[in-house]
Design a protein around this ligand. Sequence first.
Ligand SMILES: [Zn+2]
Ligand SMILES: [Zn+2]
Length: 254
Amino acid sequence: MKFSWDLRIERAGELIKKQPALSDLLSFYQQLARFQKSVFENLDSVVDHDIAVLLPSFPELVKVVRSSGSSQLKLAAESLAQASPDEQLVLLESVWQHQADCSEVAPEHLFFAKALLQPYAEYLAIAEITTLEGSPPICPFCGSRPQVAVLRPEGDGGKKSLICSLCSTEWAFRRLKCPNCGEENKDKLPVFVAEGLDYIRVDACDTCHTYIKLVDMTKEGRAVPVVDELATVSLNLWAQEKQYQKFGPNLFGL
Ligand SMILES: [Zn+2]
Ligand SMILES: [Zn+2]
């Protein structure tokens, strides 16, 4: 695993100190990551990896949300806590089967399904070796959209890859290409860097008006892309104002 759960939890702690304004979001994420770590570790101790294996973890997730989720998520937690195991299973299955487009699932329910499915998908993805042809825009393992792009040091420059929003699989991707529409003309692919935050940029596309954030690890080697991506919501707002849509939302639907 490239970014262990412990590394994510630790990085969230570092970012809380750097960005006190985001401490609610990041400490909530930290608790979630601890919960997800326990789901992940639990999968090692069971033989059957059917998706129903996640159901016993539902009450624990409800507990985490009750203690530090937003008021909207708390409401959803109450209704899901009342739901039967069958209904909970239907929710998990519908998200699992339609990763690329979950528009039919209510956003606040999507959060619960993804919080449970992320460690599950990541566990299954590790066992699988995926061979890659070209630069696929969606995850070659589970078919979800990428949450973030990353540039890792290689030779004089950097090697770009995308990280899956569900199973955290990382796959190589061409540096100058829009993952949504395939645009490769560099004049149509503007790059925006925020002041004082030079290691994260917004890679946008003027053809389809989407964007993805890129975490440049050649500039900040301590970054944990999925966590640093969360800690830069200001960039999302900025991109939204410029009429760019995010290509792959994170766990919080941002
Ligand atoms: Zn995936
Ligand atoms: Zn595009």
